[in-house]
Write a protein that binds this ligand. Structure first.
Ligand code: FES
Length: 149
């Protein structure tokens, strides 16, 4: 029956994120009410084939975690860190361990590794094609044909 199917979107290849690193994606999702809404996420690679993902919104004041310098981690690389007021989050659980929203959580997203791809599950995106944020993927496949005289 239609309606029971889970939407899965490939958002990047596993090789695009090194272990211990994170990458943000600026997506749009369709809400249950059928409206398009910005859907900013961060994908963290915690191991060879282990990834965790969160909505890229700090539970304190709603900033992007990488606001400011673009960094997701504290200096030691042991916690996710919000660039606005410095809240520190457990990487695996998304729980705020220290800072102004201690005890609150980042909103998790469901990820699955399918083949060479990291896939987002259970949400309906406006576009199938995920774009890294900031947009650093200008189309370099476009060819300009110059005809010889
Ligand atoms: S908005 Fe993230 S710590 Fe304040």
């Amino acid at each position: 029956m239609a309606g029971d199917e889970i939407e899965i979107y490939a958002i990047c290849e596993t090789r695009e994120i090194d272990p211990g690193r994170a990458k943000a994606f600026d997506l749009s999702r369709i809400t249950p009410e059928g409206e398009a809404r910005p859907f900013r996420i961060v994908v963290v690679r915690t191991g060879a084939r282990d990834f965790v993902g969160y909505v890229n919104v700090c539970p304190h004041k709603g900033a992007w975690l990488n606001i400011g310098g673009g960094e997701f981690f504290n200096k030691e690389g042991t916690r996710l860190r919000c660039g606005r007021h410095g809240a520190l989050f457990d990487i695996e659980s998304g729980a705020c361990m220290e800072g102004p929203c201690e005890g609150e959580h980042l909103e998790p997203i469901a990820l699955a590794v399918v083949g060479a791809d990291v896939c987002l599950c259970g949400v309906t995106l406006v576009e199938e094609e995920a774009r890294p944020f900031p947009y650093d993927d200008f189309d370099d496949t476009m060819e300009i044909m110059i005809s010889p005289d």
